[in-house]
Design a protein around this ligand. Structure first.
Ligand code: HEM
Length: 153
């Protein structure tokens, strides 16, 4: 495998560890969504990583227990600062780019598809009835430009 091609699929927890550490390092440093972690939530990465690894191991391989409430911290964040479609679009963009940079295969595709699906579901649930039905702020809207960037990442 060379440095420019991701040849292997995501095989299990050890691969997820690498993906998630890389993803959250990028997310924390990101100008758009970083402040949700660093300024609003004050997230400790070493606490967050084992939880989020359980979450993804469960989602992709059904082989870990994740019994926590994944919605609650986002509801708290959203009331401190509204999480917009653009924020979720940025999350999806970083997620897809991280996976494409490391892996290729059915599990990598499932991880990207699930990331997008959960981002949309979270956004829809947070925005609720207050969001307009059309335009940038509409419910469940993740800017396509951000999602399409994964093909060039
Ligand atoms: C703009 C988008 C997002 C932002 C800014 C964001 C931010 C955060 C923050 C700050 C936390 C709390 C971490 C802590 O304990 O300090 C969190 C938790 C979490 N997030 Fe997100 N998140 C986003 C989208 C997503 C998406 C799309 C998913 C699912 C694929 C997700 C899955 C989770 C999970 C599983 C937890 C852990 C809950 C727990 O077990 O305590 N997040 N997120």
């Amino acid at each position: 495998m060379n440095h420019f091609a991701a040849d292997a699929d995501i095989r299990g927890r050890a691969d997820l560890d690498v993906v998630l550490r890389r993803f959250y390092t990028a997310a924390f440093a990101d100008r758009q969504i970083g402040p949700f972690f660093t300024e609003i939530a004050g997230t400790d990465l070493e606490v967050h990583l084992p939880r989020i690894t359980d979450f993804w191991e469960r989602a992709l391989f059904r082989s870990a227990d994740y019994g926590r409430n994944a919605f609650a911290p986002h509801a708290a964040l959203h009331s401190a600062r509204a999480m917009t479609g653009a924020d979720f679009g940025r999350w999806v963009q970083l997620w897809n780019a991280t996976i494409d940079g490391l892996h290729r295969g059915p599990n990598a595709e499932r991880a990207k598809a699930q990331g997008e699906r959960i981002a949309l579901a979270l956004h829809r649930r947070l925005a609720g009835d207050s969001a307009p039905l059309h335009g940038e702020g509409r419910v469940g809207f993740v800017p396509l430009a951000a999602v399409e960037l994964r093909s060039v990442a």
